[in-house]
Ligand binder design. Structure first.
Ligand code: GDP
Length: 194
């Protein structure tokens, strides 16, 4: 994928606010601090388009990034952030569900999981929910630079122990924003699904 241009387009919390230009969308989801903003910035070759911050859970809206005037990457707010109220969590949940379950433009979902740790209960729930949605899924193990090279396969097999990854519509990649590892492969998956 050659990125000719990318820009922040809009933030939305409900359907009326979604873009209306009817372009395909790829959503990215993962718990707070998993490295989602970094991945978006890395994919787009931008330093600071998606906000990276030490403040997990800050992004509470669906953020749409327009790429090449052709499609959107949609940053879905991070789940599993303990420091917001139960009510807020429920509102997030409904916003995410409304989008993922009803958006006809949505072509695929990238689920980010921190490669340094076992998947959390929230990661597993999100993945199982994504299977139920029956969308093409890419599971990305982030921050893999933190794992020794000879242990990376173990990370993947531990992951497939916890998640039932053997589905026709599921692919898995390791990723590092720091080392720019597998950027091309993530783009290939996106292109295949647009
Ligand atoms: P988000 O909350 O999911 O958007 O996560 P961020 O992209 O803001 O990243 C959270 C933290 O993880 C930041 O301190 C990043 O610098 C760090 N981080 C993100 N990606 C990587 C990576 O590939 N490798 C390493 N070592 N750290 C990363």
């Amino acid at each position: 994928m050659i990125i000719k241009n990318s820009s922040y387009a809009i933030s939305a919390v409900r359907e009326e606010q979604y873009p209306t230009d009817n372009l395909p969308e790829i959503a990215l989801s993962g718990r707070s601090n998993v490295g989602k903003s970094s991945l978006i910035n890395t994919l787009l070759g931008r330093k600071n388009l998606a906000r990276t911050s030490g403040q997990p859970g800050k992004t509470q809206t669906l953020n749409f990034y327009l790429v090449n005037d052709d499609f959107y990457l949609v940053d879905v707010p991070g789940y599993g952030y303990a420091r917001v109220s139960q009510k807020k969590r429920q509102q997030f949940g409904e916003m995410i569900q409304d989008y993922l379950e009803t958006r006809a433009n949505l072509q695929g979902l990238i689920i980010l999981i921190d490669g340094r740790h076992d998947p959390t209960k929230d990661d597993i729930a999100m993945y199982n929910y994504a299977l139920y949605l029956n969308l093409p899924i890419l599971v990305v193990c982030t921050k893999i630079d933190k794992i020794k090279k000879n242990q990376r396969n173990q990370v993947l097999s531990a992951l497939s122990h916890k998640l039932d990854l053997k589905h026709d519509n599921v692919e898995v990649l390791t990723f590092s924003s720091v080392q720019k590892l597998h950027v091309k492969e993530v783009w290939q998956w996106i292109e295949q699904n647009l």
